[in-house]
Design a protein around this ligand. Sequence first.
Ligand SMILES: [Zn+2]
Length: 132
Amino acid sequence: MPAKNQERRRLKDKELENIKKDLLERKRQLWDEISDDIDEDVREEHHGLIQMAKDGGDRGLAELRESTIFSLIELKVEEIETIEDALQRIEVGKYGRCRDCSRWIRPARLQVRPYAVRCRSCQEKQEKIERI
Ligand SMILES: [Zn+2]
């Protein structure tokens, strides 16, 4: 019999709440790091853009992607987009469901990889395809 934390099941409200809190916290931290990464002059110049991306979700992020400072902060912006995507899935109730097989992803997996969009077996299949 599989151990309890191996079960596929819906996250409890409390678990989902904690994951959401962690995601928001991580997002805030990334924005702080982005501010630190950009020197003051450039920050001043792009202040409006960064503020819009910070407040405005997808549209702001899209504009930030177009800008010249993007390459400096690319990895962090991409992580923020991944977080936005996870938060969006929480909002619409899709969080924790595998994108491919629609079964629940094990909560133990989500605790370690809160951005996971697939269960482990589908993820492994996907990685095999990508390697070909
Ligand atoms: Zn799956």
